[in-house]
Write a protein of this length. Structure first.
Length: 393
């Protein structure tokens, strides 16, 4: 299974949707051979937040936001895309890096069939595991990504393993998958205006990993942290390989619900209070009420973050470089939260944390835009990632 259908065409008009847990975005861009996409239209629609999370209701609200985005892109009339991609964030997919080992006493030949059989076995095992965990939104799952990260024969990495003799084989593969019910709803929503036989799905963790690794020449070890509306995803990259990922169900909406609950106000009232507080523009009486609440919420989120880091790696060290993807209004809050905490009680960090935000400033030279186009970091990352594969020779 290939992550993308092969293409060497230049100048394709591509439509990408980014579906997360706080918003849905969409962008039309020209895939260019320079590797720099030209984004000609983009739009972002928030997903409504409610007091309690019900997965079926949450999926419905997300599809409502997707419907609005699809309609606005269609009505904009700026061009007909030749391909459609959809990049998913948590909780709409799960992923895992799996290591396949095969040892024999006598030499054997590494063939495409052998690789396919071994990989399919891992995919089947992962699908079974995922299906058991997702009974509430349907058992059927679909593999959306399969990447062969590294092949090692007799202890040596090789880029041309086919038909080579070996006694020991190690394959590192990345798999991501999603519930069939979720994917079908996405496809049906998009197809009401854009009639395509195939929509190619991908994960935001692979998109952000590829962009950080390739565009910023970030080699070696680092962390990727994606703080969405309902989820926080942490991925660990070791020796330039996406090794492990873990999630916990506390995102930016956790702050909104916490403030609303403690102050007895509505969710709509809580958000502006949080904004005033973090920007230091709130009245003294509001600051007095909010300070202990925000401190408690910060402690709760940080505890889950610490536990996730401790469970993420079998190594004794956590990479010092952290790339964070988050809406800009709460970037400083989470940055300060992470920086002020020492993780020595759980693990040993390599050195003092360096936090880098995947924001519009960081992504400044990686894409070009038509006049008045909204610059949205998640959509920029998705566009760079897709452009890289569509124009790769």
């Amino acid at each position: 299974m290939s992550i993308f259908p092969g293409s060497k065409e230049k100048g394709e008009l591509v439509l990408v949707f980014n579906i997360g847990s706080s918003s849905v975005g969409g962008a039309l861009f020209w895939a260019q051979s320079s590797g720099i996409p030209k984004i000609i239209f983009s739009i972002q629609e928030p997903v409504a937040i409610e007091d309690k999370i019900d997965i079926d209701r949450f999926l419905f609200l997300t599809m409502q936001s997707l419907k609005i985005v699809v309609e606005k892109i269609y009505k904009a009339g700026v061009g007909a895309p030749s391909r459609i991609f959809c990049v998913l964030s948590s909780p709409w997919y799960v992923s895992q890096t799996r290591i396949i080992n095969l040892k024999k006493n006598t030499p054997f030949i590494f063939t495409a069939k052998l690789a396919d059989d071994l990989i399919q076995k891992e995919v089947n095992l992962f699908e079974e595991e995922h299906s058991k965990r997702k009974k509430n939104i349907g058992n059927s799952v679909r593999t959306i990504e399969l990447k062969n990260i590294k092949i090692i024969l007799n202890g040596y990495e090789t880029s041309k393993p086919l038909n080579q003799k070996t006694k020991e084989l190690e394959m590192i593969i990345f798999i991501s998958m999603s519930g069939e019910q979720v994917l079908k709803k996405i496809e049906d929503t998009i197809s009401k205006h854009f009639h395509f036989k195939q929509i190619t799905f991908s994960s935001f963790v692979m998109a952000s990993f590829t962009v950080v690794r390739d565009m910023y020449m970030q080699k070696g070890d680092f962390l990727l942290v994606d703080i969405g509306g309902e989820m926080t995803d942490i991925s660990m990259i070791k020796k330039n390989i996406l090794r492990e990922s873990i999630s916990f169900p506390l995102g930016r909406n956790f702050l909104t619900r916490g403030v609303a609950s403690n102050l007895g106000c509505t969710l709509d009232e809580a958000d502006p209070l949080i904004s005033l507080f973090k920007d230091k523009h709130a009245e003294k009486s509001v600051v007095k009420k909010l300070t202990p609440i925000m401190d408690q919420l910060k402690t709760e989120w940080l505890k889950k973050f610490q536990e996730s880091l401790a469970n993420l790696s079998n190594d004794l060290s956590i990479p010092a470089t952290i790339y964070i993807a988050i809406d800009k209004d709460l970037a400083d809050f989470f940055s300060e939260t992470i920086k002020t905490e020492q993780f020595n009680q759980y693990t040993l960090t390599e050195s003092k944390f360096e936090i880098i935000f995947l924001n519009t400033q960081m992504l400044h030279d990686t894409a070009v835009f038509e006049e008045n186009v909204i610059r949205e970091p998640f959509l920029i990352i998705d566009s760079i990632y897709i452009n890289r594969f569509l124009t790769k020779i």
